[in-house]
Write a protein that binds this ligand. Structure first.
Ligand SMILES: NC(=O)C1=CN([C@@H]2O[C@H](COP(=O)(O)OP(=O)(O)OC[C@H]3O[C@@H](n4cnc5c(N)ncnc54)[C@H](OP(=O)(O)O)[C@@H]3O)[C@@H](O)[C@H]2O)C=CC1
Ligand SMILES: O=C(O)[C@@H]1CCC=N1
Length: 271
């Protein structure tokens, strides 16, 4: 089985660990480098995973996943370059860091070392993520297949040119937060209408799950599915009118544009 080292055991590192274990990866094939000891202790308690230094974790790994904050990538790479990395064999780097281009890694790693940039999202914790891949200059078909296999076990995998990754980050990388915010707002609104919080929560969660399943399985567009709920002169039309008057569509355009710009700025600052 492929040996995977995860550098950074935070939110996305844990989502990957949990998803991989649920998908059948053996715990002996996973190792995490996590510098914050209380967090390392939590991961050991939850998953019985081996926690190690960056250098030790990378040494025996086929795939080294960078899951630290963008600002910490440089120091993680410095620790990595002290290891005898083996770019000619199976070893490769998979970076999950928002904004950081593959070129940032390529100029700091041994010549020809393969780097795949990935924008994942947290639903991989439950095997329902989407991971968007952009291969760097030295990535071969077999490297890409390896990464597709690993990330395909925790959700869907899409490949795009790196020029599109900032937009992808705005849509699917940050995307779960938008849905959680909508859920939060709907639950609060239900409570405002007199429902208990547990009942409002159950109704909102199942409405989201059911709506997502319809989008996924019926093949109908979001526009058609929304129209099918909207009876002439009815309750949905009254609600949608308020959402449009509140500028929901413009708010989403502006929000995703801000996320894309932020991703690009993080990349420019790293160079
Ligand atoms: N959260 C998300 O939904 C997504 C995140 N990403 C990307 O994933 C990366 C991680 O994000 P996230 O998980 O949210 O961040 P977190 O801060 O939750 O996790 C990062 C962890 O890595 C640790 N760390 C930092 N440097 C090192 C090091 N040199 N060696 C070992 N451990 C280290 C941090 O410790 P300490 O706290 O001490 O700094 C922290 O515990 C980011 O680059 C982000 O852009 C991408 C897609 C989605
Ligand atoms: O908020 C962030 O910067 C990271 C990248 C995408 C989701 N979380």
């Amino acid at each position: 089985m492929t040996r995977i080292a995860i550098i950074g055991g935070g939110k996305i590192g844990e989502a990957l660990i949990s998803g991989l274990l649920q998908a059948g990866h053996a715990i002996k094939d996973l190792v995490v480098a996590e510098q914050y000891q209380p967090r390392a202790d939590e991961l050991i308690a939850e998953y019985s995973i081996r926690v190690s230094s960056v250098a030790d974790a990378a040494e025996g790994a086929d795939v080294i996943v960078i899951a630290v904050k963008p600002n910490d990538v440089e120091s993680a790479l410095t620790a990595l370059t002290k290891v005898d990395l083996d770019g000619d064999l199976e070893q490769l780097i998979v970076s999950l860091a928002a904004g950081i281009p593959t070129g940032f890694f390529e100029t700091r790693l041994p010549a020809g070392f393969p780097v795949v940039r990935v924008m994942p999202n947290t639903p991989m914790l439950v095997g329902e993520g989407v991971s968007v891949l952009s291969p760097g200059r030295h990535v071969k078909a077999e490297h890409l297949e390896l990464v597709r296999g690993i990330l395909g076990s925790v959700g869907k995998v899409v490949t795009v040119p790196e020029s599109q990754i900032d937009a992808v980050t705005a849509v699917s990388g940050s995307g779960p937060a938008y849905f959680f915010l909508v859920a939060e707002a709907m639950i609060d609104a239900g409570v405002g209408l007199g429902l208990t919080r547990p009942v409002a929560t159950e109704l909102v969660v199942q409405t989201m799950v059911g709506s997502a399943a319809m989008l996924d399985r019926t093949g109908d567009s979001a526009t058609d599915l929304r129209a099918a709920v909207t009876s002439p002169g009815g309750t949905t039309a009254a609600a949608l009118r308020q959402l449009e008057a509140g500028g929901l569509r413009t708010a989403f355009f502006d929000a995703l544009d801000a996320a894309k710009s932020r991703s690009a700025a993080m990349g420019a600052a790293a160079e």
